[in-house]
Write a new protein. Structure first.
Length: 82
């Protein structure tokens, strides 16, 4: 199960992603080691839309999480548009 910390939920809105996309990244994305013993999850998806007035073809979502009692707790995220 994927749990999203309130901080990450607030950043998701600011950065243009949704809880659905975050859950998808954790469940199906690439994993990589991150700082402070965290696990990173990354996935690039076709976007083909406007973000802040600029058209982008794709966006990459990176989520940083810790394992908490068998669940993934997403504590932070980044979204890159290109």
């Amino acid at each position: 199960m994927v749990v999203i910390h309130p901080h990450a939920k607030a950043r998701a809105v600011e950065r243009g992603t949704s809880e659905f996309e975050i859950t998808d990244v954790v469940e199906t994305g690439e994993t990589f080691p991150a700082k402070y013993g965290r696990t990173g999850f990354r996935k690039t998806v076709i976007y083909n839309d406007l973000w802040q007035g600029v058209h982008y073809y794709a966006k990459q979502i990176e989520c940083y999480a810790v394992e908490d009692q068998g669940d993934w707790l997403v504590i932070s995220l980044l979204v890159k548009y290109f």
